[in-house]
Design a protein around this ligand. Sequence first.
Ligand SMILES: NC(=O)c1ccc[n+]([C@@H]2O[C@H](COP(=O)([O-])OP(=O)(O)OC[C@H]3O[C@@H](n4cnc5c(N)ncnc54)[C@H](O)[C@@H]3O)[C@@H](O)[C@H]2O)c1
Length: 258
Amino acid sequence: MTAMAVIEESRTRASYPSLAGKRVLVTGGATGIGAGMVEAFAAQKARVAFIDIDQQAGETIASRFSPGGFHACDLRDLEALAATIGRIAAALGGIDILINNAANDDRHRIGEVTPAYWDERMATNLRHLFFAAQAVIPAMKAAGGGAIINFGSISWHLGLPDLVLYQTAKAAIEGMTRSMARDLGRDGIRVTTIVPGNVQTPRQEQWYTPEGENEIVAAQCLPGRIQPADVAALALFLASDDARMCTGHEYFVDAGWR
Ligand SMILES: NC(=O)c1ccc[n+]([C@@H]2O[C@H](COP(=O)([O-])OP(=O)(O)OC[C@H]3O[C@@H](n4cnc5c(N)ncnc54)[C@H](O)[C@@H]3O)[C@@H](O)[C@H]2O)c1
């Protein structure tokens, strides 16, 4: 058995008493890493609501991990987003933890980008994170604090091809995180970014052949593929009181991909 297999087999997940009963909102929780976080926070006995555009997948995840927790909404529609967050906050009595996870990494070439496509990509990958945060901040302040976790991406750190708008948005998210952390720290609101490496999700499987996956693993320091649960483990820590002095920075879970 390899050393990595031993680690995987003997692994037991941490539990965080401070997360029990916390009111959590995850965007993009119907599939991939988001679904992993819905599952992980529910296992901590948090009260989890999630937003997604994918009705069928959302209902499936809700029925498994968070009955009644799914709220269908297109995050590009800011009026619908505000109304949806208002309904969720009213139902839960507030929101303690916001996880800005949803994004879309469609490939594109510089020459093909129109102003309309630019706007649509920023609406999908950047704008809703700011407005979701803006919507939950008053209740977090009233409650004496909260945690906002934004999702970045290793892609722009590596400079991957055919992703210029996605990577532009993901770079901006790290700047937004630092700015918000400064503005909100005195209110007890911590703002962080999680930077995933290549995580084995159904959507990622569509981009990579087995040979491509092997190339990524070869470029990582650690062998093996990163799973949504590995990313959720970092989100649990950053959302918990154990991370009470963590804010304003980005935290990688990338198996050392360079
Ligand atoms: N999987 C990876 O390898 C990887 C690598 C780096 C960064 N990330 C980041 O991690 C986060 C999660 O990635 P993932 O791989 O789980 O993505 P995914 O595509 O598997 O899931 C994203 C979810 O967001 C939802 N969504 C997308 N656009 C939406 C919209 N307009 N309105 C509502 N819901 C919408 C989708 O329906 C989907 O359920 C993203 O921010 C992504 O950029 C992922």
